[in-house]
Write a protein that binds this ligand. Structure first.
Ligand code: ATP
Length: 302
């Protein structure tokens, strides 16, 4: 009988792998709004992540050959540390995340994880190593428990509950009429932006990847929710290599390393304190945002 089930097991495994891949693809597509176009080279070995040291070495990339979007970018994110990428809209921040996930191959230079060129390894293994918390999480028309369990197939109730607690959404779930079995999505309970983001965090906790990509723009959230989510994200990011795409500077002061991208080049890098003291573009961006925030508060108070 076991002979009969072996192919079924295999099919189940393939199904689970493909399904996990699809969630990540869906998350990434939401983040990046593009289509995958690279293929594995035959016999590509799996990526072995020992610690999660991410490097971009002189990476050059353009969606169209005549228009370079990244022009010789060097990034070095030692295992377990955090990097925040800031810069004006269109500077190339999300493009860096897309390349790390290998939706495209660079035209020059290379990207490595623990010394392995990501263009040379099996894509499924690469994507299994990277968790994404996007700004806009796609919910399935199913229960909230199912939506969290999507992070890892076969997760048991205790693991799902622990992930919900880690994402600080357990209290909210407990308050729902049917708890974990409450239907959400288009046909069920509509979750707020913050709640959806917490579902994404819980999924990521279940997946437990060594490398995290955070799309931190939380403009849809009020500032208290944003601060709470940020606190949760910081906890999840501990001991993982974390790359944050920061659209609001206030969220990234704690990053080990900040790079300022401008027209596809890194024009400044350092800690928040170093960059503020340098009085360059970062300090300028910061001053501008602080002024805008003040204007917003004044408007709100009026
Ligand atoms: P934002 O802060 O607005 O999200 P960003 O710094 O993340 O911006 P990217 O999304 O990396 O910017 O885009 C960098 C540049 O690449 C932009 O000029 C954009 O128009 C261009 N671009 C992005 N995606 C594509 C694509 N699929 N095809 C062609 N050009 C693209």
């Amino acid at each position: 009988l076991s002979q009969l089930f072996r192919p079924l097991d295999l099919l189940g495994m393939v199904y689970r792998t493909v399904r996990q891949g699809l969630i990540d693809m869906a998350a990434m597509f939401a983040l990046i709004d593009t289509e995958a176009e690279v293929v594995d080279r035959p016999g590509a070995p799996p990526l072995h992540v020992a610690a999660g040291h991410v490097r971009f070495e002189n990476v050059r990339f353009g969606y169209e050959p005549e228009r370079l979007i990244l022009d010789g970018v060097d990034l070095d994110v030692p295992a377990g540390t955090s990097l925040a990428i800031v810069g004006a809209s269109g500077a190339g921040k999300s493009t860096i995340a897309r390349l790390l996930f290998r939706f495209y191959d660079p035209q020059g230079g290379r990207i490595t994880i623990d010394g392995q060129d990501i263009a040379q390894v099996d894509q499924a293994s690469l994507r299994a190593a990277i968790g994404i918390v996007p700004q806009d999480t796609v919910l399935f028309n199913d229960t909230i428990g199912y939506n969290i369990a999507y992070g890892r197939d076969g997760a048991d109730a205790a693991a799902i509950q622990a992930a919900a607690a880690g994402a600080a959404i357990d209290g909210f779930i407990a308050s729902l009429p049917a708890g974990m079995d409450t239907e959400v999505g288009e046909r069920g309970l509509k979750l707020s932006g913050g709640e959806k983001q917490r579902v994404a965090i819980a999924r990521t906790l279940l997946k437990n990847p060594p490398i995290l990509v955070l799309d931190e723009a939380t403009s849809a959230l009020d500032s208290r929710t944003e601060a709470e989510i940020l606190e949760t994200l910081n906890r999840v990011a501990q001991r993982r290599t974390t790359i944050s795409i920061a659209h609001r500077l206030s969220t990234i002061t704690q990053a080990d390393q900040i790079v300022v991208l401008d027209a596809g080049r890194v024009i400044e890098r350092g800690s928040h304190a170093t960059l503020m003291a340098a009085g360059g573009r970062y300090a300028e961006l910061w001053a501008r945002q602080a002024a805008e925030a003040e204007k917003g508060e004044a408007r709100a108070a009026a």
